[in-house]
Design a protein around this ligand. Structure first.
Ligand SMILES: [Ca+2]
Ligand SMILES: [Ca+2]
Length: 96
């Protein structure tokens, strides 16, 4: 049987580039950004705001979405960590 993915023609949605960050320098990922170059208001991310190896905030990088969503997702291990946060990136979402 042929793979269904070979039938796809062209992009149907944003192609996300995922970047992992370690904000407190303990070697464990605590922020990941999913960015879709060329798409407006399509970027989102996960944050472990209390550094307990579990993401607790899902946020959308958009001026129209103000409220982060609370989640509980284990942070990934063994992924490449990017040292520097993206230029102009301000993350101020806090758990309520
Ligand atoms: Ca960390
Ligand atoms: Ca956490």
């Amino acid at each position: 049987m042929m793979g269904l993915s070979s039938c796809r023609r062209g992009p149907v949605g944003p192609r996300y580039v995922i970047t992992y960050y370690d904000r407190n320098g303990d070697g464990i990922v605590d922020l990941e950004l999913h960015r879709a170059p060329g798409w407006a208001d399509a970027d989102w991310g996960l944050s472990d705001s209390d550094f307990n190896q579990s993401y607790d905030i899902l946020f959308v990088v958009s001026p129209f979405v103000k409220n982060p969503i609370h989640v509980q997702v284990p942070v990934p291990f063994g992924v490449p960590i990017t040292k520097k946060l993206p230029e102009g990136f301000i993350f101020d979402a806090k758990p309520h």
